[in-house]
Design a protein around this ligand. Structure first.
Ligand SMILES: Nc1ncnc2c1ncn2[C@@H]1O[C@H](COP(=O)(O)OP(=O)(O)OP(=O)(O)O)[C@@H](O)[C@H]1O
Ligand SMILES: [Mg+2]
Length: 276
């Protein structure tokens, strides 16, 4: 199988001496659900931002869907970028706009400006947006303002928006860092099942090792800008985790399985955004 994303000797240096990425080489295949773990400052965000060229890599190659991302700019870059769905820690929704319009924003890069200004989305896009919202259980919230949703619900809207772009890969930087365990599980579970269903490659940065083990098909451990682990959840032993987080173990934000599953049912009580 051809990898959808092929990264060779990726280096990112900030300023003169912060070597955030120190030569990363990885291939990602269609359908892989990859979770990147590592302590704070390991380079996880830098890695994701280099892939979609929010950051320019210092050295190395990023081949996405047959195209050298590090070499392109302008329209070509925007075109390729529109095939990369992004999911953000703080959701990045337009708070005064309703849910369905937020989802339709995912198609903005493929909609002529005058049409988007007039709100003229295609029938097909609208149908797809509704389908996606149904999948994440938000069909009843479609006409609510985004800022009236709970954090977990906002992130599920964020997922729908990314999917409406019809991406070939999904990138998510700490998508559950601002969420409670119940919402975190719902978001991860939906992200996982929809990615599988659509055979998308998903790359998710997470602090929490337990969520990585629960949802990933493949885990990448990064430490000081270098890949120190690449394997299945079952291969990620406690001692390897220890090594990755050496001295920074508290950052794993470990929760035991009980804590993760026990508080189900709070999600629907948080409808009015009171948690923010
Ligand atoms: N804009 C920047 N300018 C200078 N240095 C930066 C910048 N962004 C990140 N760094 C440095 O690069 C290294 C990697 O940072 P990065 O944010 O990629 O780590 P991370 O693994 O995402 O951490 P966290 O888990 O805290 O989000 C760190 O040493 C950080 O201080
Ligand atoms: Mg980060």
């Amino acid at each position: 199988m051809e990898p959808i994303l092929s990264i060779r000797d990726l280096v990112k240096v900030y300023g003169k001496e912060t070597r955030a990425l120190n030569g990363i080489t990885l291939d990602f295949n269609p359908g892989e659900f990859i979770v990147v773990i590592g302590p704070s400052g390991a380079g996880k965000s830098t890695f994701i931002r280099c892939i979609n060229r929010l950051l320019d890599p210092t050295e190395g190659e990023i081949v996405f869907d047959g195209q050298h991302m590090e070499k392109i700019k302008g329209r070509k870059l925007r075109e390729k970028r529109s095939k990369i769905g992004m999911i953000f820690q703080h959701y990045n929704l337009v708070s005064r706009t309703n849910v369905i319009k937020n989802v339709l924003h995912g198609q903005l890069s493929n909609t002529p400006l005058y049409k988007s200004l007039l709100g003229l989305y295609s029938h097909e896009d609208k149908q797809e947006a509704v389908e996606l919202l149904k999948k994440v259980g938000l069909e009843d919230q479609m006409y609510k303002r985004a800022d009236a949703l709970s954090g977990g619900q906002m992130q599920r809207v964020g997922i729908c928006r990314a999917l409406l772009q019809r991406p070939k890969i999904l990138l998510a930087d700490e998508p559950i860092a601002s969420l409670d365990p119940v919402s975190s599980n719902i978001v991860m579970q939906q992200l996982h099942s929809i990615s599988m269903e659509k055979q998308l490659t998903c790359v998710v940065n997470l602090h929490q090792v337990d969520y990585a083990k629960k949802y990933a098909s493949r885990i990448i451990g990064i430490k000081k800008g270098t890949v120190v682990f690449d394997g299945s959840p079952s291969q990620l032993t406690d001692s390897i985790v220890q090594e990755i987080y050496e001295g920074k173990e508290t950052q794993m934000r470990h929760q035991n399985e009980n804590e993760i599953t026990s508080s189900f049912a709070t999600e629907d009580r948080q409808i009015t955004g009171a948690e923010r």
